[in-house]
Design a protein around this ligand. Structure first.
Ligand code: CA
Length: 502
């Protein structure tokens, strides 16, 4: 059986398919001492009790018992090491800028002027100030899609941006700024082309002036349901406003733009032991290319990078960046501690079944998405980046919250890597899904945009896959539909709300 070893220092490798007891592990001179599930770790030499188990060149944990060469290593025979301290971190300035750069450096997008990222789609966003209006807005958007949108062929879609925030919340509480800025920033998303259409109820705590500028907060742009005459009046008001906006959006045209006009994000979900071998390093390579060419690229998922935080600090380009990193990570440590949970709440049972023994192993795989570029900025959840390059957006790792948080930060495409499989999608931007191995692609051939399993089998190298991904991403931001878009698979805009609900 083939197995993948990442770093020279590693004393374990990951088997690429289910391995039976007695089967030799090709190239390592050991035989499996037990049946080892696909993606799980095999000891390449004897690891004594208390000795470090090393993968990615880092200590995943310490052996809880003597493990012979060929032994199966899983969550039950590794003890979790303590997580690195935050207070001592310093900016290491050790990021490296990729020099293996592609010749293709332009794409076809919607220009939003000199100060804003360009759009990858031309979408009417119907933004809401409160969950109370969600049902009406969804119905109105269905009507717009069915009856009005066909008259505006240059517009790609209509998004009902409904979310769980807005009322029944302590609006002035600490941390309430996180959901508030998320709603404010989604209203100004680059794919919406500056056209504001906002729907509120009328008595909610999150008022329109907290989301919109005074110039934007006008009867032209804002519909308040409590001022409408019955249900039909509500639907008519939203549809009439939509027509006026669609008229303007329909005039937008794709133009050739430099790669530096892109703002991109990545997350992973349903990870397995190959996430850090194939899909995530492929994303990292492509992101390094985009970062070197002046684009803004974003990775996230605090609890999944927490155990590799010293690696991120080493790549911070200056003290300001590392200080923000420390602030965001400490905030998250406290947030978890308040509820008496810690990082061992991650990984999920599915992650463990896929071979990820603990959060250190998951973290090392997750961080691979960020490549090797210098980290130029750290932002909070739903905040807007102010510079280009590799940005760490400190969002939760939860797929359904990380996606919308990055979206609020203005990304126009999200890469999503998965080993176990998830059909995730967003209606405002293309979500591009990458699976970690061929068996996943074979199971869901119609749901993945890229199969990074060629790296696992040795058919392609990470730079080769990275170039392939880079080119395909430029096709997608230029208009090619992703699998999720073809099927219209959309998840909700779940804003992160760590503040009290009343
Ligand atoms: Ca995730």
């Amino acid at each position: 059986m083939k197995a993948v070893k990442i770093s020279e220092r590693d004393n374990v490798a990951v088997v690429i398919a289910p391995t039976t007891k007695g089967e030799p592990i090709e190239g390592f001179g050991v035989c499996a001492l037990a049946d080892i599930p696909q993606g799980h770790k095999v000891a390449l030499r004897r690891i004594s009790k208390g000795e470090a188990v090393i993968r990615y060149g880092v200590t995943l944990g310490y052996a809880l018992e003597d493990i012979e060469a060929g032994g199966w290593i899983n969550e039950f025979n590794i003890e979790l090491p303590s997580s690195p301290a935050v207070s001592e971190l310093e900016a290491g300035r050790q990021g490296t800028v990729l020099t293996d750069l592609p010749e293709r450096r332009t794409w076809m997008g919607y220009d939003n002027g000199p100060d804003l990222p360009a759009g990858s789609r031309n979408i009417l966003g119907v933004v809401t100030s409160v969950q109370c209006v969600a049902g009406v807005v969804r119905n109105a958007v269905d009507t717009i899609r069915r009856e009005i949108l066909p008259d505006y062929p240059n517009v790609d879609g209509v998004a009902a941006v409904v979310h769980p925030y807005g009322c029944g919340v302590a609006i002035k509480a600490d941390n309430a700024e996180i959901p508030i800025r998320s709603v404010r920033n989604i209203a100004h998303h680059p794919n919406f082309g500056g056209q504001i259409l906002a729907v509120g109820l009328g008595c909610e705590k999150l008022t329109m002036d907290m989301i919109l500028t005074p110039e934007e907060n006008t009867p032209e742009n804002v519909i308040i349901l409590q001022e409408c005459q019955g249900y039909n009046g509500m639907i008519d008001a939203i549809c009439n406003a939509a027509r006026r906006k669609l008229e303007i959006l329909n005039r937008r045209k794709r133009v050739e733009l430099p790669v530096s006009k892109l703002r991109l994000g990545a997350q992973c979900g349903g990870s397995d032991a190959f996430s850090g071998v194939s899909a995530n390093p492929t994303i990292g390579y492509a992101f390094d290319m985009f970062a070197a060419l002046g684009a803004t690229v974003m990775f996230s998922e605090v609890t999944e990078v927490r155990d590799g935080i010293h690696i991120l600090a080493d790549r911070c380009q200056d003290e300001k960046t590392v200080e923000k990193l420390k602030k965001e990570i400490s905030w998250y440590d406290d947030y978890l501690a308040r509820s008496h949970v810690d990082r061992s709440a991650n990984p999920s049972p599915g992650n463990k079944k896929g071979g990820l023994s603990n959060i250190v192993e998951k973290a090392m795989g997750s961080i691979a998405k960020s490549g090797h570029s210098p980290i130029t900025e750290v932002i909070g959840p739903g905040e807007l980046p102010t510079c280009s390059g590799m940005v760490f957006a400190a969002t939760p790792a939860s797929d359904i919250v990380c996606g919308p948080s990055q979206l609020a930060s203005g990304i126009v495409l999200q890469l999503f890597s998965t080993g176990r499989g998830t059909p995730y999608g967003l209606q405002e931007i293309p979500v591009y899904k990458i699976c970690t191995q061929h068996s996943m692609k074979a199971q869901w051939p119609d749901l993945f945009d890229l199969d990074a399993g060629y790296v696992v089998t040795g058919e392609k190298t990470i730079p080769q896959m990275g170039h392939e991904l880079y080119n395909h991403m430029l096709d997608v931001v230029s208009g090619e539909k992703t699998a999720a878009e073809k099927y219209g698979i959309y998840n909700d805009f779940i804003v992160f709300n760590p503040a009290p609900i009343t």
